[in-house]
Design a protein around this ligand. Structure first.
Ligand SMILES: [Zn+2]
Length: 225
């Protein structure tokens, strides 16, 4: 179920210098090869821990804006790894910002952790609902975990090489219909960010150099059979 290597997507994005949703910066210089190796090694060294975190968030399966324990778990991990964590940002109890480093560039990584109602599922490859209601149907247990892991790996590289720059994890609640990021943006939390990187679990590993600067929601009701 858990694929610790999902975090590689971030490394690939960072390493190839693709910026998504950037306003001030359109391209980052490619990282030297040893930087990629350093970050990759840092990720591999924490693979078991990351798998445990992902599994815990899978088991918690908290729906949007109620992801208290999942959010707390990621905040603890980041804090323990040397990040300064500000929780409850934008007046959302489960939203947080975790920051390491100083100066520019300021790299943001989005971390989601909300589950979906009505889709509870045991950690097996066949359909096997649990007594509980919600489940991680589209992999947000990996999402927040890998985003935090990627940031920690980048932080270790920044620290080891005395490189200036800021890495920031945005704990963004309620992707599934709750528009959590809209309120974070409205609170100005992205104003000084050079680039906000985003990813999503899928059935393939690739980089999607698209950008996303707006969010529009609609509800559809279907009647009949
Ligand atoms: Zn999703």
């Amino acid at each position: 179920m858990t694929n610790p290597r999902a975090v590689f997507l971030f490394v690939a994005i960072l390493a190839t210098g693709i910026c998504i949703g950037a306003s001030r910066v359109t391209a980052l210089p490619a990282l030297p090869q040893d930087a990629k190796e350093h970050v990759t090694r840092a990720l591999d060294s924490r693979a078991q821990r990351n798998a445990e975190i992902a599994h815990q968030i899978w088991e918690l399966a908290e729906v949007g804006y109620q992801e208290a324990k999942s959010s707390q778990l990621l905040q603890w991990e980041l804090e323990e790894s040397g990040f300064a964590v500000e929780s409850g940002v934008a007046d959302i109890p489960t939203a947080f910002v975790a920051t390491y480093g100083s100066g520019e560039p300021i790299l943001g990584i989005l971390a989601e952790f909300d589950a979906l109602p009505g889709l509870s599922q045991a950690a097996v490859p066949e359909r096997s609902p649990l007594a509980s209601d919600a489940g991680h149907a589209c992999g947000h247990h990996l999402f927040g975990t890998a985003s935090s892991a990627a940031a920690i790996a980048v932080k270790e590289w920044l620290a080891a090489t005395h490189t200036s720059g800021t890495i920031r994890v945005y704990g963004t609640p309620a992707e599934e219909g709750g528009a959590g990021k809209v309120y974070l943006a409205r609170a100005g939390l992205f104003d000084d960010v050079d680039v906000a990187l985003h990813w999503h679990p899928a059935d393939r590993n690739d980089a999607s150099p698209g950008n996303s600067l707006a969010n529009k929601s609609a509800k559809f009701r279907f009647h009949g059979q």
